[in-house]
Write a protein that binds this ligand. Structure first.
Ligand SMILES: Nc1ncnc2c1ncn2[C@@H]1O[C@H](COP(=O)(O)OP(=O)(O)O)[C@@H](O)[C@H]1O
Ligand SMILES: [Mg+2]
Length: 252
């Protein structure tokens, strides 16, 4: 079957954006993401990655070009709830228990859903027994898990993660990456992950898009496919190093 924009979860075409008159952040940026796939955006600090995530999330409007999510312009009201943007720090309401935080998306929901229950989500992320704990009683990694549980419950079609693991230590980072992949594979949403780690990008993504320094433009695109599942074993394999090295050699 020919690939067209209907089979794409996200289409970014000729996107340009500036802050004010002087600061040109993005020029003629184009890339696309298939349904149920993960795209990683890597590029130097300040090249406009967070800006791209905010544009896709509909929090900023493009100066020119277009962003389509499942065929609909990103600025359309009807997309509310379809796209979720997660930024660096886990966002949990401090006055709600972990379970209360996970329940949030359901409280805004008007229609019946067939998705995971709160119990299932808590179990998937391994937080059983902490349902009644408040965010400041949880470690950084546990808060991240709670955010993932909320993501499972919310059933977004497209999930944007802006350097989601940057506040975690190396060990939790890998663990969270693997957990994220498991959730994404089972829930089948599409995801864009912004990261400055090429290793993380290669580990998590089906496609890596490398950006230049500001104004951000696409330097190269890489389709990533490995034989086996994306587990920590993969991080020790030569084929993994080779992909990382190939991309690193193309960085500006
Ligand atoms: N709200 C804003 N107003 C003005 N300039 C901004 C704003 N947000 C970001 N910038 C600038 O836009 C550029 C891209 O920022 P950003 O998208 O955060 O980069 P990245 O996430 O790749 O590090 C930077 O030069 C930054 O200083
Ligand atoms: Mg950023």
């Amino acid at each position: 079957m020919a690939e067209n924009s209907n089979s794409e979860s996200l289409t970014v075409r000729d996107l340009s954006f500036s802050f004010g008159k002087k600061l040109k952040v993005l020029t003629n940026l184009s890339f696309s993401l298939n349904q149920e796939e993960v795209l990683a955006l890597v590029g130097p600090s300040g090249c406009g990655k967070t800006t791209i995530a905010r544009l896709i999330g509909g929090f900023l409007s493009p100066a020119s070009g277009e962003i389509r999510i499942n065929g609909t312009s990103a600025e359309k009201e009807e997309l509310k709830g379809t796209v979720a943007l997660f930024s660096q720090a886990p966002t949990l309401l401090p006055w709600r228990t972990m379970e209360g935080n996970i329940r949030l998306p359901l409280e805004f929901e008007k229609v019946d859903r067939s998705g995971a229950s709160i119990d299932e989500a808590v179990e998937t992320v391994g937080l059983m027994g902490f349902e009644k704990s408040y965010p400041d009683q949880l470690s950084g990694g546990m808060k991240q898990r709670a955010v993932f549980a909320r993501l499972i419950v919310a059933e977004h079609k497209l999930v944007l993660l802006d350097e989601p693991f940057s506040s975690l230590d190396d060990f939790s980072r890998q663990e969270m990456g693997q957990l994220f992949i498991e959730i994404q594979r089972s829930r089948k949403f599409a995801a864009v992950i912004v990261t400055h780690s090429i290793e993380e990008a290669v580990f998590l993504a089906n496609k890596v898009v490398v950006l230049s320094a500001r104004p951000g433009q696409v330097v190269s695109e890489h389709r990533i496919s490995f034989e086996g599942p994306r587990t920590r074993e993969l991080l020790k394999k030569q084929e993994f190093f080779n992909e990382v090295q190939k991309i690193r050699s193309l960085l500006p």
